[in-house]
Design a protein around this ligand. Structure first.
Ligand SMILES: Cc1cc2nc3c(=O)[nH]c(=O)nc-3n(C[C@H](O)[C@H](O)[C@H](O)COP(=O)(O)OP(=O)(O)OC[C@H]3O[C@@H](n4cnc5c(N)ncnc54)[C@H](O)[C@@H]3O)c2cc1C
Length: 505
């Protein structure tokens, strides 16, 4: 006899756990199947800093989400606001106006209520002072639309969601890799799962696929993102190999979104092939806007200060991958060292220091030293030192006359000590995925008809992001769409009231 549940959720990251919580809220019997062993469970969600982007109209909204905010924190902080218009503008601008309007509408309009919903389930939030605010004068000022993180970062988020799911009666099985969908030709009626005892079938009235993209599958990366992508390092879990996408395609699901696009960042050149939970997101190096980046030819190759860091970092990994030998060095002088993020001070870091630029040039492995010194000289001469430096806004302190300008936060590199960090490309997640209905997260087939019994949420869904991504949006997307998917799946799994009346009569 096959086991039977109302809703089976595939994966145990943020999107999956939100789906499970929403489904159980509707009274459904829910089973979560997670491919990873428990110690490595939680997907990319566990690797995050737990930063969420959502709309809020001022500190009053934040107080609803974080009742623990102290009077002192409120007095000492300019939290600003992040309106729906700003969120829409950011999504459309960074995706070159390609984000799916229906999906984007759900994301933006439901972002704040979904945060409150997560809080009601027991997830605690705190202000993200460390990475998203700078102190100017006596006050901290938030600057980039990501003001809040889950308590305990990504691990804290997943652990709190797991606790909430267990409390709600959700069953969770680890080392359980779903390999295919059970499909009777009209509807999805369960899954086939591989566990230590072998293959088995689990029947259900609905299935939610929340098992990530294909960033950890080097063959698919090369096939869809292009040559060279097999050389990228994976920032997060090794378990997101595109299984969910493949099994949905096997029954006729439609693809959607930017299949040759992905989120990829500057990541320690010597980081391991996959993410390491003991380091988390620490291999990233996200303060490049305060220095310069040079390639093997000693040359700058990108505008490090084109925009606020939150709107450039996710596309610069691709730019680094396309440099000779796929690396770059980020270079800073004394003036900027106090602004470097915490990840620059971890133990496992590829870093060199020197008290002269000439000595530094000799230490930059793989770089032409004389070309580098020449590049720094030209850069220093081009900096508009008469414009005030301000890290909390796009300060317009740029360069003049360079082929590759630096548009903001330009500072001469001339005061020792000098520090340099070697980065390669770290892929975070892929943008292409399944097509779903925005209102119910139901998977759509290639005839553009919804597939009965099949729902999807999180990175597996295509259509949100093209070319680029505003930071902190992945967790919000997963939470919003996970909640919608779980809710819809549970309602579809429940016999309708009229059917119950017919049966009863
Ligand atoms: C280092 C790092 C830092 C990040 N920081 C942030 C941040 O601060 N804020 C933010 O918004 N986003 C951040 N992101 C992006 C964010 O992690 C994702 O957008 C989000 O977590 C995706 O959630 P998900 O539930 O869709 O996928 P995941 O969390 O990756 O979950 C997918 C799950 O599916 C499971 N799975 C895969 N295949 C199968 C199968 N066949 N059967 C069963 N289970 C399967 C996996 O084991 C995993 O548990 C970061 C990502 C990384 C890697």
């Amino acid at each position: 006899m096959a086991e039977e549940f109302d809703v089976v959720v595939v994966g145990a990251g943020n999107a999956a756990l939100c789906a499970a919580l929403a489904a159980s809220e509707q009274g459904a019997r829910v089973l979560v199947l997670e491919r990873a062993p428990e110690a490595e469970s939680g997907g990319n969600s566990r690797f995050t800093a737990g930063g969420f982007r959502f709309t809020y109209n001022g500190v009053e909204d934040l107080q609803r989400l974080m009742p623990d905010l102290t009077a002192q924190e409120i007095a000492n902080t300019d939290f600003g606001s992040y309106t729906a218009d700003q969120f829409f503008d950011d999504m459309f601008r960074v995706t070159s106006y390609r984000t799916d309007p229906g999906l984007c509408e759900q994301l933006v309009r439901r972002s704040f209520e979904t945060m409150l919903w997560l809080q009601s389930k027991g997830v605690r939030f705190v202000p993200m002072y460390g990475r998203q605010a700078f102190k100017t004068g006596s006050k901290f000022k938030f600057w980039g639309g990501v003001t809040v993180e889950s308590w305990g970062g990504g691990p804290g988020l997943v652990d709190q969601e797991i606790a909430a799911a267990r409390k709600a009666g959700v069953a969770i099985r680890y080392n359980a890799r779903v390999v295919s969908l059970l499909y009777d030709g009209a509807a999805v009626v369960g899954v086939r799962v591989k566990e230590s005892a072998g293959l088995s079938e689990i029947r259900s009235r609905a299935v939610v696929l929340a098992c990530g993209g294909f960033e950890s599958n080097s063959e698919w990366r090369t096939r869809y993102l292009g040559p060279g992508w097999e050389l990228a390092k994976v920032r997060g879990t090794r378990f997101n190999t595109g299984d969910g996408i493949r099994m949905a395609f096997d029954i006729g699901a439609s693809s959607h979104g930017h299949w040759s696009g992905c989120h990829a960042v500057g990541w320690d050149h010597n980081a391991p092939e996959f993410g390491d939970l003991s380091v988390g997101d620490g291999f990233q190096k996200h303060s490049y806007q305060f220095g310069i980046m040079v390639n093997a030819h000693g040359r700058r190759f990108v505008d490090e200060g084109a925009d606020i860091r939150n709107y450039t970092y996710a596309k610069y990994g691709r730019v680094i991958l396309s440099q000779p030998d796929q690396f770059a060095w980020q270079v800073f002088d004394r003036k900027m060292l106090h602004l470097l993020r915490d990840e620059y001070r971890i133990r496992r870091v590829t870093k060199v220091t020197a008290d002269t630029l000439e000595k530094l040039a000799q230490k930059l492995e793989g770089v032409n030293p004389s070309a580098f010194l020449d590049e720094v000289r030209r850069f220093n001469a081009a900096v508009q030192t008469d414009v005030p430096f301000n890290p909390t806004i796009k300060d317009g302190r740029g360069t003049v006359g360079l082929d590759i300008p630096k548009s903001n936060w330009a500072n001469t590199i001339d005061e020792p000590p000098f520090e340099a960090y070697q980065v390669g490309c770290g892929i975070t997640f892929t943008f292409g995925g399944l097509r779903v209905t925005p209102n119910s997260a139901q998977v759509i087939d290639t005839d553009l008809e919804p597939i009965p019994g099949l729902y999807a949420a999180g990175e597996i869904v295509g259509g949100f992001f093209y070319f680029n991504y505003p930071s902190g949006t992945g967790l919000t997307t997963g939470a919003v769409m996970g909640r919608i998917a779980g809710d819809s799946a549970a309602k579809a799994a429940r016999p309708s009231e009229s059917a119950v009346r017919v049966l009863a009569s």
